[in-house]
Design a protein around this ligand. Sequence first.
Ligand code: NBP
Length: 490
Amino acid sequence: MSTMVQNEKAKADIGVVGLAVMGQNLVLNMNDKGFKVAVYNRTTSKVDEFLEGPAKDTNIIGCHDLKKFVESLQIPRRVMLMVKAGPVVDAFIEQLVPYLDKGDIIIDGGNSLFNDSDRRTHELHKKGILFVGSGVSGGEEGARFGPSLMPGGNHAAWSAIKPIFQSIAAQVDGEACCDWVGNDGAGHYVKMVHNGIEYGDMQLICEAYQMMREGLGMSGDEIQQVFAEWNEGVLDSYLIEITRDILTVKEPDGSLLIDHILDTAGQKGTGKWTGMNALELGIPLTLIGEAVFARCLSALKDERVTASNVLPAFAGEFSGDKAEMVNAIRDALYASKIISYAQGYMLMREAAKTYGWELNYGGIALMWRGGCIIRSRFLGNIRDAFERNPQLENMLLDSFFIDAITEALPGWRKAVVCAINLGVPTPTFSSALAFYDGYRSERLPANLLQAQRDYFGAHTYERLDKPRGEYFHTNWTGRGGNVSASTYDA
Ligand code: NBP
């Protein structure tokens, strides 16, 4: 074996820049799976602390400057950035490029905006560098023991990173929760939708909790039992599981810890990005939108306190069968969750069309089945639906989901009506039901809307008894002219 080959073998398989919680845990995960990793961090003392602490007695190579870091990597060099999203990623790319050669790979594993990943893929492609923007989900524990990984970007990089990515990812039924998502920003796009869905799932659970707590007057222990039961059935998921566990945590005086937590939700923007993109693409992503707005409303704590003293509820008290209503709430949660995922998939389908990606919808469900925050049994059903029919236009038209919604529908309506009567806000339960009723309606009142538009702005309308694409204008008042506005949809 030549000295050069020997030297190459002593080098690292991959380098990771950024040693905060995600970076450190991913590096340890890679090390466990037998990969040699080099690490670098802006604050270099963190490299030493890492090597003396969690990475003690490993093969991990610590570097204090980027040039040496790059030199410690096998060719093609694979550099993964686990740093704060935004300009920091661009700054690191700029510093790294002079040390890299054509065919080397930069992977951004942060929560970057997909448009940034699009841009970086193209800019680096011009320099011969392969860029991958990868969604990483699962938080600290996922990073350490198996995250969900959603890589996209320059496909030429995939074969070189696949063995590492698929072995560090979570595994479900022997399959890695990681596969190539698509070109350019597709990986970060799918991660963004994942986060939007996460917002929706969390809000749905919170509404179920509030209905039981405020509406039905159930104790924390009773609700904890309900979540424990739900986690054994179709709702089996990580978020239901942690809710069950959160409800066991008490203060020294025996009260529930969550009763002492300020009811004002934070957000870091990925739910908002998903909603903004849905508006941009014209997809009715109502549930995630409501989930983002519910966080915004929760943030108006002082105003809500003032309003609570002056605005009446005119709400009744619950007087029915509690166990029956708990089942109805479960049905509302399950059916609304189906709507949320259906809307998320509608958005991804439209994005694929708009941005020119070929997304594997069943594969995406598999990537989310393990390792990430929205992992659940239910994602297996979505995967099966796309396996039955890869061209499935909408998840709601799959036989499994038709049956599931049909079964849950009576309880869903009952729970929403009950919430309205009790004055308990359930924006995601109710908006999901409104979407469902709209989606299944052959006829909506948009005929009147078109008439209004034509009345005030001569925007024209199409007729049911004429072919699509033929536009008509009516002089509604007798005062207007016969000139119409041009027809286009923004
Ligand atoms: P942070 O998002 O807190 O980023 C910390 C890293 O960014 C450190 O290496 C820090 O270096 C570096 N950094 C910062 Br901050 N500002 C810098 C600057 N101006 N120049 C150079 N380096 C800078 O860490 P994280 O929570 O581990 O997340 C890493 C990425 O993964 C982020 O994009 C995050 O959104 C994403 N993510 C996080 C989670 C999660 O659960 N936390 C889950 C999934 C994805 P320093 O040590 O010198 O300050």
